[in-house]
Each structure stands twice: as structure tokens, then as C-alpha cells.
Design a protein around this ligand. Structure first.
Ligand SMILES: Cc1cc2nc3c(=O)[nH]c(=O)nc-3n(C[C@H](O)[C@H](O)[C@H](O)COP(=O)(O)OP(=O)(O)OC[C@H]3O[C@@H](n4cnc5c(N)ncnc54)[C@H](O)[C@@H]3O)c2cc1C
Length: 506
């Protein structure tokens, strides 16, 4: 089969993929392959905003300090410096693509200054609108929607193309000088996540099969305040609401963060998530509450229109009632290891955004640094790929992707999600990690023995989820100290936050 030739291929149409496409289109033809519609992405759901030291009392050194502090000593300092120094330029670039932002800066946990550039509480939607519009108008970029990338193609140890199952057209092959993976996160390995349905760790599965290095997957971020509601699953209540003054209360109405951390509700996400989980356990309840009833109702409605209307649809009036919340999986800090130019360990393969591990998040991502990471490292990658040799790869020997039957995929996915939620959540233990290790290995072995079936994106995703979960479990197993998002109750905590024991019931 003849492969369709481009200069660069992009897998995914969130902010990382589209930034790369726009930048690389300045010196080559680009194809973007995305498995659903162009705007189906984590990016579209981002609420809070993008961190950048653009305020009067701020500078990049402070942003750097906050990022390193959140990362618990595991960040790559060079990557962090690049991130924070290039942040103001990234905001300007977004504006040049048509993104509109509010005139004031928001505040989020772990930031020592107001530095969150935002568009009310739908910043991601506004950014995705702007960059997808710019991509559509660009004659050097072709977008394939409903194009599920099934495999990366190797030639002499280099990634030189990919195969994709494209809607009605079926399986097609593409060749290029370089491929950028921008497939987003892995939220769907857990039962409760803020991530949309596309977050199935496909990039981890694709990268693993060509031997790319994947690291730090145990640093799974759980957002502390996700709506706990029987009908509206996984809806995030942005940290910016706590930044605006909302407080956390337990079932008894007590402001329990006083018992955990002097930074109270604005302590880093890992600290707040652990405090909430501990409180829920102590009082044997299902959730805690976010209290915004003392804030100005007009301000709430204006600054948080998405949350306001979502909550009303669920029968909650946030200006009058407390919002029930619990932690839920939110962001994958680890991923495909990359250098400062987004290069993976396999020639020809680049990665950016949530699928990548650029080193900026370390053991815990600072709020609003991920949209920023996507722009900064995709911009660098778009420059670096110019050096990649021309691909002379034309004929592709491909085989139809192997799938398990969909009903089996459903079973595997749900079994995996239950196991990971129980054992690899906010709190972990030696026993839980060992049990998850055995269980995930068993699911992978079962998967290998199942009969094959016609292509199904859902079933392909199930395999990718299993692969990603194995990295999370193995990472947790080999991490011998508690740091950032990895908290194993059987280990001694050696990191910054010498844990304060949760107070017992008053
Ligand atoms: C509710 C929510 C709120 C958030 N708020 C913020 C915030 O305020 N600030 C912040 O910085 N970050 C925030 N984040 C995190 C941030 O949105 C993401 O980390 C970021 O958008 C990731 O961008 P990305 O381009 O890497 O991936 P995504 O935006 O997730 O895009 C991934 C793309 O890859 C495609 N894809 C996946 N697999 C395949 C495949 N096999 N074949 C083809 N295409 C594929 C998907 O369809 C999608 O288009 C939030 C996340 C969520 C879920």
C-alpha cells in the first residue's frame, strides 16, 4: 500500500497538536489526525486558565520557584526555566491566533501571585476555538477527523509514519519526516475522572510499541474538587473558585483545612486532595463541600458561568448551597520522556502536551501549567523537526489492527478502572500496589489470549489503557519515597510536606 506523504504528522487536535501544526506549517505540509471531532479534547474542557508571569508584581523567577516547589524536587530545572521564561510569549502567540482573555489575572493553588490568564471559566474552550479556527484556515494543514491512529511505522529504527483507521475510508497509511504524539491524558484508567472520553492513553500505547521511554506515570494528579453528583459525573469545580475565596467544609460544617496545612484551601492539589480523602474517611461520609455562599452572587455568575449553569442543571444553587465535591483523577504528570525540543528516545518521534513527560511537572503539576507546557514544547518541537531527514518511505507493509471483541473490551476496561481506583488513588499501600500489579498483568495476559475481532476504537483504547495502567503500577511499585502525588501509606514521607496527621473527629 502506498503511504500518503506529508512533511509532518500530528496525532491529536488539542492545544499541543494544533500549536505544533500551526508552527510547523510555516516550513512544511502537515496532517493532523484526530480520533473524534477536532475540538474533542481535554483542552476544550480546561476551565481555570494559563499560568504566565505577566502581572506587575510578578516575574518568571517566582513562577519558576512555585513550579519547582509543587514538583517536589523531581522537576527538570532546565525544562521548568524554559516553560516559565517563554510563558508571556505563549500568551501573546495565543492572542495572535485570536484567543480572547479577561483583563484581570486569576489566582490558583500553589501560585504565589495572581498569574492565571483566563477567559471566565471556559479558557480551554476559547483557546481551542481560536487555534482550531487558525488550523482550518491554513492551506498547509490537512485535518482528518474520526481518524484513529492505530500504529506508528518504523524504518531502520526511525518513526517514519503511521496507520490510521479513518471513518468510512478504512485503514490508511501516512509517511513523514517526523510524527508528533499529542494524544492527551490517561484519565480513563480510573472510574472517576474529569477527563473527557478521548483520554484513553493511546499515545502511551503507541509509543510503547515502538520502544519509546515512558516515565513517572505513578504521578497521577487527582483534582481535589470534582462535583459529587449522581447525574453529573466528573465535572470539575475549578481551583479558581477557591482562589476567589470559596472554602472547604466537612459534613459537620467545619473548615477542616486548618487541621492540615497553613496554606488552607490554596495548598497544592496533592495536599488538598489527601486532606479531603482523609476527612471523608474519618467522618465516614461520601464527600466534602465547597462553600461559596459568602461570595458575591453576581461576581460568581460572571466569573464562573460554566460552573454556575452546570450546577443549576444539577439542582444546586452555588450562591445559596454548598457544593458536594470529592477528588477525582485529573491529569497525568508522567508520559513519553522528551527533551527540551519534544524529542522522544526514538528518532523521528516527538511528543508534547499531556502525553509527554517534558520534566516540567515533576511529582506534581502546578495548576494551569499544562496548557502552557503544550504551547512551549510544541513550539520548540516544530522548530526542531526541521532538522529531521526527508522520509523516503513509500510502501507500507501493514496489517489490520488486532482487536478484542467489544464486549470483552467493556469487561476489561471496567475491571481495570475498579482496580486502579481502589489501589492507585490518592492514598496507596504496598498491598494495594502489589494486588494491582498482579491484576493488571492478568488482564494483559487475558487480552493477549482473546480472539481477534474487526477494528473497534473502543477495544483499541482498552488495550492502551491496560498498557498505561501497567506503567502507573510499576512506577508506584519502584518509587521508594513519598513525593508529590505518590503517597504510599507504608512508606516514610521524605519530601517537602512532612505530613500533618489528620485531626480526629472533634
Ligand atoms: C476539566 C479539565 C480542566 C482543566 N483545566 C486546566 C486549566 O485550567 N489549565 C491548564 O493548564 N490545564 C487544565 N487542564 C489540563 C489540560 O486541559 C490538558 O492537560 C491539556 O489540554 C492537554 O492538551 P493536549 O493537547 O496534550 O491533549 P488534549 O487536549 O487532550 O488532546 C488530545 C487529542 O488527541 C486525540 N487522540 C487521542 N488518541 C488518539 C488516537 N489514537 N488517534 C487520533 N487521535 C487521538 C484526541 O481526540 C484529542 O484531539 C484541565 C483538564 C481538564 C480535563
Amino acid at each position: 500500500m502506498k503511504a500518503e506523504a506529508f512533511d509532518y504528522l500530528v496525532v491529536g487536535s488539542g492545544l499541543a497538536g494544533l500549536t505544533f501544526a500551526i508552527r510547523a506549517s510555516e516550513h512544511g505540509r502537515v496532517a493532523v489526525l484526530t480520533k473524534a471531532s477536532i475540538t474533542d479534547s481535554n483542552t476544550s474542557w480546561a476551565q481555570g486558565g494559563i499560568a504566565a508571569a505577566v502581572g506587575e508584581s510578578d516575574d518568571w523567577q517566582l513562577h519558576e520557584e512555585d513550579t519547582l516547589q509543587a514538583g517536589g524536587g523531581v522537576c527538570d530545572p532546565a525544562a521548568v526555566r524554559k516553560l516559565v521564561q517563554e510563558a508571556p510569549g505563549a500568551i501573546e502567540w495565543l492572542r495572535s491566533q485570536g484567543a480572547r482573555f479577561d483583563s484581570f489575572l486569576g489566582r490558583e493553588a500553589g501560585h504565589s501571585r495572581n498569574r492565571i490568564v483566563h477567559h471566565a471559566d471556559r479558557t480551554g474552550w476559547e483557546i481551542e476555538r481560536a487555534v482550531s479556527g487558525a488550523v482550518r484556515a491554513n492551506p498547509n494543514i490537512i485535518v482528518y477527523e474520526n481518524a484513529f491512529v492505530t500504529k506508528l511505522l518504523l524504518s531502520d529504527g526511525r518513526v517514519c509514519g503511521l496507520t490510521s483507521q479513518i471513518g468510512e475510508a478504512g485503514l490508511r497509511a501516512f509517511s513523514a519526516r517526523a510524527v508528533l504524539l499529542a494524544t492527551g491524558g490517561a484519565g480513563k484508567i480510573y472510574a472517576r475522572t474529569t477527563n473527557p472520553r478521548i483520554a484513553t492513553a493511546d499515545g502511551i500505547g503507541l509509543a510503547e510499541r515502538v520502544g519509546a521511554t515512558i516515565r513517572d506515570m505513578e504521578f497521577m494528579q487527582f483534582h481535589p474538587t470534582v462535583l459529587y453528583h449522581p447525574q453529573i459525573g466528573g465535572f470539575l469545580i475549578t481551583e479558581a473558585l477557591r482562589g476567589a475565596g470559596a472554602t472547604l467544609r466537612n459534613h459537620r460544617g467545619q473548615r477542616f483545612m486548618y487541621d492540615y496545612d497553613p496554606r488552607l484551601e490554596l495548598a497544592p492539589r496533592d495536599v488538598v486532595a489527601r486532606a479531603i480523602e482523609a476527612e471523608i474517611k474519618h467522618l465516614a461520609t461520601w464527600c466534602v463541600y465547597l462553600d461559596a455562599t459568602h461570595l458575591d452572587p453576581d461576581g460568581l455568575r460572571e466569573e464562573f458561568p460554566t460552573i454556575w449553569s452546570h450546577l443549576r442543571a444539577g439542582g444546586i444553587e452555588m450562591e445559596k448551597e454548598w457544593i458536594p465535591v470529592t477528588p477525582a483523577q485529573h491529569y497525568s504528570c508522567g508520559g513519553v520522556e522528551t527533551d527540551l525540543d519534544g524529542r522522544s528516545s526514538v528518532p523521528g518521534l516527538y511528543a508534547s502536551g499531556e502525553v509527554a513527560s517534558s520534566g516540567v511537572h515533576g511529582a506534581n503539576r502546578l495548576a494551569s501549567n499544562s496548557l502552557l507546557e503544550a504551547i512551549v514544547f510544541s513550539t520548540a518541537a516544530a522548530e526542531a523537526v526541521r532538522q529531521e531527514p526527508q522520509s523516503d518511505f513509500e510502501d507500507v507493509d501493514y496489517s489490520q489492527p488486532k482487536n478484542v471483541p467489544e464486549n470483552e473490551a467493556i469487561r476489561l476496561r471496567h475491571a481495570l478502572q475498579n482496580c486502579m481506583s481502589q489501589n492507585l488513588g490518592v492514598f496507596r499501600s504496598n498491598l494495594g500496589i502489589a494486588q494491582a500489579d498482579a491484576f493488571v498483568s492478568r488482564l494483559l495476559a487475558e487480552h493477549a489470549e482473546l480472539p481477534t475481532a474487526p477494528f473497534s476504537a473502543y477495544a483499541s483504547e482498552a488495550y492502551n489503557l491496560l498498557v498505561a495502567a501497567r506503567y502507573v503500577v510499576q512506577g508506584a511499585r519502584s518509587r521508594k519515597t513519598n513525593v508529590g502525588l505518590h503517597y504510599n501509606a507504608d512508606l516514610v514521607t521524605l519530601s517537602r510536606e512532612t505530613e500533618v496527621e489528620p485531626a480526629g473527629p472533634a
